[in-house]
Design a protein around this ligand. Structure first.
Ligand SMILES: C[S@@+](CC[C@H](N)C(=O)[O-])C[C@H]1O[C@@H](n2cnc3c(N)ncnc32)[C@H](O)[C@@H]1O
Length: 251
């Protein structure tokens, strides 16, 4: 007999019945997703402020609106997403060097978005658009399946402490999302200056069924020429940190 029917037969169901119903109701509800970032305030410079005020409409996309990226760029060149571009210097450089590709940068830090907007104007880049929003939501809601030629994740927040590892953006659910959004033969390229995070990424990607490691040693790769040094990376190098590039192909 259905549980509801049993309950209605009882004048006053015992406490454990209520307990059981509550447990069954909430057991299958996913807890709110743990974000990979904390929003930092950060100072907006006058130049960034001007760019945010004047160029936002032209280059920033609304995370609530459906878009057709071929219409946005006026062509259907291969689409590359970069998550967490920081101040966007390396994304702007890559876009300038690869005018035959389109780039979507996703970053939650507004001063960084302002900085990239300045760069886009200064360098007259027509192949970059921005989302100032959580990348996971943008990927889930706005990026069609099997549409990306590549996804870049350069120096994601490493969340050093073990108790914070659950905040790392690379986790099983992220890799599953990646497998849906990358086109077959599309690539995932991450870089980190935290060896433990490189190992963590390798472990997660190696157990994902749809990915093949592009490293000849099946571990990490040399930095390919197309990836400029990022701001975060240059600071790390000054402090003597190593750098590990992780590259996988979606098969
Ligand atoms: C350590 S910084 C690295 C920035 C840049 N890639 C560099 O190397 O200079 C990581 C960046 O990722 C951004 N970030 C983290 N999680 C994000 C998410 N879910 N969506 C968008 N941006 C995110 C943070 O705001 C931060 O700017």
């Amino acid at each position: 007999m259905a549980l509801a029917a049993v309950v209605t037969q009882l004048a006053v169901p015992p406490f454990y019945v209520y307990h059981f119903i509550i447990f069954m109701t909430f057991e299958n509800i996913e807890p709110a997703r743990i974000k990979s970032f904390v929003r930092r305030k950060g100072r907006v410079t006058p130049g960034q402020h001007f760019a945010l005020e004047n160029h936002w409409e032209r280059y920033c996309l609304d995370p609530k609106m459906d878009v057709n990226f071929a219409d946005v760029f006026g062509n259907d060149a291969p689409l590359i997403v970069e998550i967490g571009f920081g101040n966007g210097d390396s994304l702007a450089k890559m876009a300038a060097e690869n005018p035959d590709k389109n780039y979507i940068g996703i970053e939650v830090h507004r001063p960084g978005v302002g900085h990239l907007l300045m760069k886009i104007e200064e360098m007259q880049l027509s192949n970059v658009r921005i989302y100032c929003h959580d990348a996971i939501e943008v990927l889930e809601q706005r990026v069609p399946n099997e549409s990306l030629a590549g996804l870049h994740l350069f120096f994601p927040d490493p969340w050093h402490k073990k108790k914070h590892h659950k905040r790392r953006i690379v986790r099983d659910s992220f890799v599953e999302l990646l497998a849906r959004k990358l086109a077959p033969n599309g690539y995932f390229h991450a870089a980190t200056d935290w060896e433990n995070y490189a190992e963590w990424m390798l472990e997660i990607l190696n157990r994902a069924p749809n990915f093949k490691n592009l490293s000849p040693t099946q571990t990490v790769c040399e930095r390919p020429d197309y990836r400029p040094l990022t701001k975060f990376e240059q600071r790390g190098i000054r402090l003597g940190h190593g750098v590990w590039d992780v590259m996988f192909k979606r098969v």
